[in-house]
Design a protein around this ligand. Structure first.
Ligand code: GTP
Ligand code: MG
Length: 198
């Protein structure tokens, strides 16, 4: 997609506040601090349209960004931040669940995992959840710049084995620092948008 304009649209704390205007939505999910905002900024060629932080768990709301007169990027709150109290975590789950099941425009969830670490049970749950809801998904392994290419390959193979049962056929390696994987990820996003308009 050729980006002509990007605009922060709104932050949503409750599902009743979803934007009224229906554009196809590409949502981004991942553990807190995995590099979700950095990945969105990298895709959009912006330094800080999505807020990045060194304090995990900063994004507690669903943030909508409008790309052209065409698509919404939806930054979901990160999961698995240990310091978040249980009650907050329930709220998080309820908010995402209602978004996943209510939005008529959600076309794809980009699930972001850390290329360095073992897949967490929460990552696996997210992949399973999106699969059960029959929402198309793209799995991306970020912070790839922190690994040698052989280690990266080994990790990707291992992770793919763990989520193959959920119909995942590839994991796209990505780095917000070197921008590796940006083209491949855009191709995958464009593909889901094209399939959508058929
Ligand atoms: P929350 O919204 O707080 O849950 O975090 P997030 O998932 O949006 O992560 P964010 O993009 O804020 O990045 C977290 C930290 O990881 C920051 O210090 C980033 O600079 C760093 N980071 C993100 N992506 C990459 C990457 O591809 N490579 C490296 N080396 N560091 C990265
Ligand atoms: Mg963030």
């Amino acid at each position: 997609m050729k980006i002509q304009s990007i605009e922060f649209l709104t932050s949503v704390a409750h599902i009743s506040q979803l934007p009224k205007r229906g554009y196809p939505e590409i949502a981004f999910a991942g553990r807190s601090n995995v590099g979700k905002s950095s990945l969105i900024n990298c895709l959009l060629n912006r330094k800080k349209i999505a807020k990045t932080s060194s304090t995990p768990g900063k994004t507690r709301l669903i943030n909508f960004y409008q790309i052209n007169e065409a698509v919404y990027f939806v930054d979901l709150p990160g999961y698995g931040f240990a310091k978040v109290p249980k009650k907050e975590r329930h709220k998080w789950k309820a908010l995402i669940e209602s978004y996943f099941t209510t939005s008529r425009f959600l076309r794809c969830v980009v699930i972001i995992i850390d290329s360095r670490h073992e897949l967490s049970p929460l990552d696996r749950n997210m992949v399973e959840w999106v699969t059960l809801l029959e929402i198309p998904k793209i799995v991306v392994a970020t912070k790839a710049d922190k690994l040698s290419s052989s280690q990266l390959q080994r990790n990707l193979v291992q992770k793919l084995k763990q989520i193959e049962v959920f119909d995942v056929s590839e994991i796209i390696p990505f780095s917000a620092i070197t921008r590796n994987g940006k083209r491949e990820l855009w191709q995958a996003i464009d593909k889901t948008l094209r399939e959508d308009s058929k």
